[in-house]
Design a protein around this ligand. Structure first.
Ligand code: GLA
Length: 721
């Protein structure tokens, strides 16, 4: 570097105010009420992580911890393992060194502290800023990274982790969620061995179809729900992610979280800031349950999910009741049914649009967002009116990022579609993905949303039914390796615009089931659809998996006829443990079933503040036996709701009492079974009894009929006296 360029770089990298902070005598402590992440400047002016775990009692103990692990190791110099960042400089040199250049700490409201650490390369004008927001009460730390340079020409980023965390323990246990369509959220725990275990996706749009970007990591020994140390982490990114767990030759573990750099070298012009997505984590010394509760509280109260503390709408969806086969009178009747059921909203699903190519099935019409006149002669306006007359609200399904080749949109704008020139188009569900890197496409997608919301829709279900294959953007030209990243940024740009104009309209994020369950999306959405699989038994597992990382008010759980062999009560009891909705033919219910469901909706509305805002305690895991149980406890500990499910219980299987959690041991609580069919008597001995919190937590209650019949369930309302 010439003397002039070095001088210019110094000026850029070291504002005077920061000079004083370049040599912190004390370690940099990012801490919450119970968790600390400690960083310190060590040999060669590098930044090291010296501690991560439960907060130490004496702050003085943070001094002098050994600097063994470079906090955010760059590639190309002396790093031998997974790099956090790799930069190929404008001159082709692929090496980066990062020295500490300053730290700033600021209060963010009364509940959080933001720490920003600046690192810079002494040779090249590259600066990295590590941001940490520590949320005191929730014990959650949110971290992301900014990368900027002032070289003469663009540099290329080939690795760009949001964060890296380091552990030293004899053993490590990783819990992940994996699956596929209709079998999402399956929980698996495995011991990490030497080498790298990677949870990642390369699917682009329907990104999390096989893996969810969230995990538990227990150092030392496996954590249970209530015991052991465990980190819970999740990446806020609605696209390709990569979570890598590398155990090195000394059995140290580095966890790297970020956008998946697969096929995504990013060319960064001088002065432009590359901002990674946020990595959100918490650390619990009391098992996974506490870690989940920390994330839930953070999500609800610190903007992790849109309007996390506001009420949700119960709804009736028509998808499974009608599929594509409906018309105006049929929908009018369904809205009457929704009102009779007592829900807040009617949600019209797929099949309402397209005229030249009406959406009669999934082979055509996607992209043409005008109501099909033969089905809906009076448009969406009429449906909004009917809903209003019925005293409910109206919501609508869109899949605005996609197009069927049989559509007017496809004919008009072939340049708006991701597809490889010169190769055959590759269809999935008969459709292709629009190019959201293109601002014109962003405008188009925004317009679809705006049109629905401006004509009175009070709720949107935003779907995304395919992944990217044969991905090529005409808009990006030579920068094809920006596609996966710029796509997601384009999506967020649209959602930012939507939220500017409609800050609070509830929206459900759906992706052919649960392939978009992440906190990047939930900043804009109030809830997500975890799976098309609404079989009650399957949902016990699917919801269980997602509840590890996402609060119940984000997990849309609908009562459907996916499995008619299961009783309506079982399916209802399962759906009520999440964000309740219906997707069922109400007019085919028996009188007793309708009465039961009306009462269930009423009870749910009454209890939803506890279910949505209360603390979740997972009492018995479906992965460990034939029964599952969970409960929500109001913050004031005056109310709780307990759900008990017999799964595939065997003939005369003994079902042991379930010990409650989260109650005040000194208070007395009355137990009342709810969700009974009309005329049905409770078969729970505990029904109607009053016990102390102490008793309920030490002795417990049997949550099963005496015969332990499979696929039966019980819901107990627990009220402090
Ligand atoms: C996806 C969704 C379903 C439904 C259909 C409509 O599969 O997950 O809930 O909306 O699309 O085509």
């Amino acid at each position: 570097m010439t003397a002039f360029r070095f001088f210019r770089w110094l000026l850029f990298a070291m504002p005077l105010a920061a000079l004083a902070q370049t040599q912190p005598s004390a370690p940099i402590v990012v801490e919450t009420a119970h968790v600390s992440l400690v960083l310190a400047v060590g040999p060669h002016q590098k930044l090291y992580q010296t501690y991560l775990g439960p907060k130490l009692a004496a702050a003085a103990d943070y001094q002098g911890l050994p600097p063994r692990h470079e906090a955010y190791p760059p590639a190309g110099t002396d790093n031998l393992f997974e790099p956090a960042l790799r930069v190929v400089h404008a001159d082709g040199n692929p090496a980066l060194a990062l020295e500490f250049a300053g730290v700033q700490t600021a209060k963010t409201g009364d509940a959080a502290t933001t720490t920003t650490i600046r690192l810079r390369d002494p040779l090249y004008p590259v600066e990295v800023r590590l941001h940490f927001v520590a949320y005191q009460r929730e014990d959650v730390i949110k971290t992301w990274t900014e990368i900027v340079h002032h070289e003469k020409k663009p540099v290329v980023l080939t690795h760009y982790a949001s964060a890296m965390l380091h552990f030293e323990a004899p053993k490590y246990y990783l819990t992940q969620l994996h699956g596929d369509w209709a079998e999402e959220g399956k929980e698996v725990e495995s011991q990490l061995t030497s080498g790298t275990k990677v949870l990642e996706t390369r699917l682009g749009t329907r990104a999390a179809m096989y893996q969810t970007a969230a995990f538990f990591l227990a150092p030392g020994r496996p954590a249970t729900e209530t015991t052991g140390e465990v980190l819970a982490g999740t990446l806020a990114w609605t696209g390709n992610f990569r979570l890598a767990f590398e155990v090195d030759n000394e059995n140290a573990l580095r966890v790297s979280a970020g956008i998946n750099p697969y096929a995504s070298e990013y060319t960064l012009p001088a002065g432009q800031v590359f901002t990674t997505p946020e990595f959100i984590f918490t650390y619990s010394a009391q098992g996974k349950g506490q870690a989940s509760r920390n994330l839930h509280r953070w999500a609800r109260q610190q903007g992790g999910v849109l309007d996390g503390t506001l009420p949700r709408l119960t709804l009736l969806n028509n998808w499974e009741a009608t599929f594509f086969d409906f018309n105006e009178p049929k929908l009018d009747a369904l809205m009457g049914d929704a009102a009779r059921l007592g829900v807040d909203l009617f949600l019209l699903d797929d099949g309402w649009f397209g005229n030249r190519y009406p959406r009669k099935d999934d082979t055509q019409g996607l992209g043409d967002w005008q109501p099909t006149t033969s089905k809906l002669p009076n448009g969406v306006g009429h449906l909004v009116q009917t809903a209003t007359k019925e005293g409910i609200r109206f919501g609508i399904w869109i899949e605005p990022e996609m197009v069927n080749p049989k559509s007017e949109l496809y004919e008009k704008h072939p340049d708006w579609i991701l597809k490889l020139p010169g190769r055959p188009e590759d269809y999935y569900r008969h459709q292709l993905v629009l190019d959201l890197t293109n601002p014109k496409v962003q405008d188009f997608v925004y317009g679809i949303v705006d049109a629905q919301l401006s004509q009175g829709a009070a709720y949107l279900k935003w779907d995304c039914n395919r992944m990217i294959t044969n991905g090529y953007s005409q808009h990006l030209g030579k920068d094809q390796s920006h596609l996966y990243i710029d796509y997601v940024r384009g999506l967020y740009r649209v959602l930012d615009r939507v939220r500017q104009k409609y800050p609070h309209v509830p929206m459900m994020l759906c992706s052919g089931g649960g392939a978009r369950a992440d906190y990047g999306g939930l900043k804009y959405f109030t809830e997500f659809w975890p799976s098309d699989d609404t079989d009650g038994l399957e949902r016990v597992y699917i919801q269980w998996g997602f509840l590890n990382f996402f609060p119940s008010n984000t997990i849309a759980s609908h009562v459907t006829n996916w499995n008619r062999q299961q009783t309506l009560k079982f399916r209802t009891d399962v759906a009520m443990s999440g964000k309740l909705g219906y997707d069922i033919e109400v007019n085919k219910m028996t009188g007793a079933e309708l009465q039961f469901s009306q009462q269930a909706v009423k009870d749910y509305k009454r209890l939803s503040p506890v279910i949505w805002q209360g603390d979740l305690y997972k009492l018995r895991s479906p992965y460990e036996g034939n029964q599952a149980a969970l409960m929500y406890v109001a913050e004031k500990q005056d109310k709780a709701v307990v759900f008990g499910y017999n799964l595939r219980t065997r003939f005369h299987e003994t079902v042991l009492p379930v010990k409650f959690q989260g109650l005040d041991p000194a208070r007395r609580y009355r137990l009342t079974e709810i969700n009974l069919l009309p005329g049905q008597k409770s078969d729970l001995p505990a029904n109607g009894q009053t016990h102390s919190g102490d008793y309920l937590q030490k002795v417990g209650v049997v949550l099963s009929d005496p015969e332990a019949k499979p696929l039966t369930s019980h819901v107990l309302e627990v009220t402090a006296e």
